[in-house]
Write a new protein. Structure first.
Length: 478
């Protein structure tokens, strides 16, 4: 026979209590194992039957659903049956402030992105910590999309995409590629890397002597336009030496953009070549010689060093018209011998075309240079009142012009600095150390005798004593 207390304990283990509190009842029901009828238990009755002192009633409060929803709008929390209100105004103020900041940053980012996309982007920096082959591959990957195909009449050449302003893209190329434009005013066309069609371009201007031209056209390119012009990768002061690796990129043989690697075989020299659009004329120009291929069709393409700097504009290739050692030999190109207009010369000519070009030729104040049989540098005609020659390795004044030569200069003075270009002589005073004629010409091309600008200072030496001549009527072009 079961003990009553045991039975009571069994029931108390499974039956929830009814708690009366301010008229709100929490009721739970269970089903007794031996009966299907629900049993309602009173917690205080069970306490008496168990002869246990009744426990103090717990203050448990249930909120009606409507009251709960209404209360939550004010930020209530229930702790031990009491209503505790937390003030969230500061939290909402912070949230609102952060939201406003996010919106402002998003709008500003979009505006800046649109602005720089319209102007083109800064060229990426190239990682040069790998071996030579890795560096070559990196330069090609970074600069290939900056080279375009140029077509004018029956000629095909190349161009370098220099910058974009708004929807206008500027392309640098050789003047000789535009022969049909000069002769019959046929407009050139440009095809950008990775695109199918050519787009008609306008000619900003060209320089026939230094063989440089600038085109412009309104077009949205498929690939990003990198602003070489204005970046650290296009500067007249870039340093390079003989033996440095370079990459030439252009429209080789008119068959599309291709790349070739090589070295700088001569950093600075004088080259005698035919004048543009004048079959009988000759001129002597400063060039860089390279073993990087500059085939037909690559005129106007870029020559880049292993840091991605533009160091030259592929301009000339050498042909052996008579053959070597063979009488009446057939014409052939000389392998591993190409010539580029160095950036020291290219930069001032390009800048002046942009500033003064009106669709025609921009005539420079020519720096008269003559090659000689005994030296790569022969005669240098300075465009300000006197002429010089290299005598015993020193740039020496040999003649004064008949006009109004500067009073401070006499025949026999030795030039030691022209503008920012310094000529260095050894301790014996007889041999020039840096015969960088390209940098010298580039410095001179930065000035034009038209006044209203910066002065040009020339430092000379007479019998061991220094003297300086300043030309205030020269305008700096860069």
């Amino acid at each position: 026979m079961k003990n009553e207390n045991n039975k009571t304990n069994e029931i108390s283990e499974n039956v929830p209590a009814v708690v009366e509190n301010d008229g709100a009842n929490v009721v739970a029901t269970v089903t007794e194992p031996d009966s299907s009828a629900p049993v309602v238990a009173d917690a205080r009755a069970l306490s008496v039957a168990d002869k246990t002192p009744p426990a103090e009633p717990t203050d448990v409060r249930e909120y009606a659903q409507a009251q709960s929803d209404e209360s939550m709008r004010g930020g209530y929390a229930s702790v031990n049956g009491r209503n505790v209100r937390t003030d969230n105004r500061l939290v909402w103020m912070i949230v609102a402030l952060m939201t406003a900041l996010c919106i402002a940053v998003g709008v500003l980012s979009s505006a800046l992105t649109g602005y720089f996309m319209r102007r083109g982007e800064k060229p990426p920096v190239i990682d040069t910590h790998g071996d030579v082959q890795q560096n070559i591959a990196a330069v090609i990957a970074a600069r290939k999309s900056s080279i375009a195909e140029v077509s004018c009449g029956g000629l095909k050449g190349s161009g370098i995409v220099m910058k974009r302003e708004g929807d206008t893209v500027y392309v640098l190329t050789n003047a000789h590629v535009l022969e049909s434009y000069v002769m019959v005013e046929q407009l050139p066309a440009v095809r950008f890397y990775g695109e199918d069609g050519f787009y008609q371009a306008s000619v900003v201007g060209y320089d026939g002597f230094y063989d440089v031209a600038v085109l412009s056209l309104d077009h949205t390119t498929v690939h990003t336009v990198y602003n070489l012009d204005g970046s650290e990768f296009f500067s007249p002061d870039v340093k390079y030496s003989e033996g440095d690796y370079v990459v030439s990129i252009g429209n080789a043989m008119g068959m599309g953009i291709a790349s070739y690697d090589g070295i700088i075989s001569r950093a600075s020299e004088m080259l005698e070549c035919n004048e543009l659009f004048n079959a009988g004329g000759k001129k002597t120009v400063p060039v860089m010689r390279t073993t990087a291929v500059i085939n037909a069709g690559m005129s106007g393409g870029g020559v880049f060093d292993m840091r991605g700097n533009l160091v030259g504009l592929g301009t000339y290739r050498m042909s052996n018209t008579d053959g070597v050692g063979v009488e009446g030999g057939a014409s052939s190109d000389v392998e591993d011998t190409g010539f580029a207009t160095p950036v020291s010369v290219l930069y001032p000519v390009y800048k002046r075309i942009l500033a003064e070009g009106k669709g025609g030729e921009v005539r420079q104040t020519p720096v008269t240079l003559r090659a000689s049989d005994t030296s790569a540098i022969g005669r240098v005609g300075l465009p300000f009142g006197y002429s010089c020659e290299y005598r015993n390795g020193r740039l020496t004044v040999v003649a004064l012009n008949q006009g109004t030569p500067p009073e401070a200069v006499v025949v026999g003075d030795v030039v030691t600095r022209v503008g920012g270009f310094r000529l260095v002589y050894d301790d014996d005073g007889n041999t020039i150390v840096n015969s960088d004629v390209c940098s010298l010409v580039g410095t001179l091309l930065g000035y034009s005798g038209r006044g209203n600008g910066a002065v040009l200072t020339v430092a000379l030496e007479r019998d061991g004593s220094p003297l300086t001549v300043t030309y205030s009527d020269y305008r700096y072009a860069l």
